[in-house]
Write a protein that binds this ligand. Structure first.
Ligand SMILES: Cc1cc2nc3c(=O)[nH]c(=O)nc-3n(C[C@H](O)[C@H](O)[C@H](O)COP(=O)(O)O)c2cc1C
Length: 227
């Protein structure tokens, strides 16, 4: 099957989505569409350089980045031409869900959803902000209370991306984690953060469920059973 995968800028469910699509790629052709925020977050979690394992660049297995797409998103015309059997957005940020629910299609991913529905192909969306509270994994950061500001800072010197000064530049960091092991004061870590889902986001997910042509999934692990 030809599957279109849309990635937005959510850290939550990102690794789970990656693992699911890496498995699906053994049997199906996956074209990946990535929002600009999605591209940044993929890098922060160390997944961007591994995207070739899912979308190797061949026809119908390309990696389309919003940052290289212009503003009219011509590649989403493929959905009108019936090139894909399904579009799956996983994970979907509260921002993208809000836009879809309100019929906005001014980004690569929301435009893909719009063209998918216009072309009569099913769309499946895995929203992250559904209800209650979420526990999300954070990118690496420097704990200022532990950092001793060493003159010869091993993480800064060894970082292959030159991403470390007095903080970690997350637009350069590729999440390799080398810095965590070489800091003598254990001042660099990732960890988890708890956040409350806003009422507006929960309402938008409810509205998403009632939209024609869209199926809402609870978890990326539900994706394989679609095929
Ligand atoms: C590390 C990181 C993790 C994020 N995780 C989430 C998330 O889980 N859910 C969410 O709605 N937004 C999250 N965001 C914020 C979105 O990336 C931001 O709202 C962005 O504008 C979404 O754009 P997009 O919907 O076009 O991808 C995160 C941002 C960062 C830097």
């Amino acid at each position: 099957m030809n599957i279109a995968w849309g990635i937005t800028g959510a850290g939550h469910f990102l690794k789970e989505s990656y693992d699911v699509f890496r498995t699906l790629a053994r049997e199906h052709q996956i074209t990946t569409f990535v929002s600009s925020a999605g591209e940044e977050v993929l890098r922060m979690y160390g997944l961007f350089d591994k995207m070739g394992e899912i979308s190797n660049g061949e026809y119908l297995q390309e990696l389309f980045l919003e940052s290289c797409s212009g503003r009219s998103f011509s590649k989403t015309g493929r959905f009108l031409l019936g090139k894909y059997d399904a579009l799956i957005i996983s994970p979907a940020t509260s921002n993208t869900v809000a836009k879809v629910v309100h019929g906005i299609s001014d980004s690569l991913i929301t435009n893909a959803v719009a063209q998918t529905l216009k072309g009569g192909t099913p769309a499946h969306i895995v929203p992250v902000d559904v209800s209650g509270t979420l526990i999300s994994e954070m990118p690496y950061f420097i704990d200022r209370e532990m950092c001793e500001k060493c003159d010869d800072c091993p993480p800064r010197e060894k970082c292959p991306k030159n991403a470390i000064t007095d903080q970690i530049n997350l637009l350069k960091c590729d999440g390799c984690g080398l810095c965590v092991d070489c800091c003598p004061h254990s001042a660099i870590r990732g960890g988890f953060v708890e956040c409350r889902v806003r009422d507006i986001d929960a309402q938008n997910v409810k509205a998403l469920r009632s939209m024609d042509g869209i199926a809402v999934l609870k978890n990326p692990n539900e994706i394989p059973s679609l095929f």
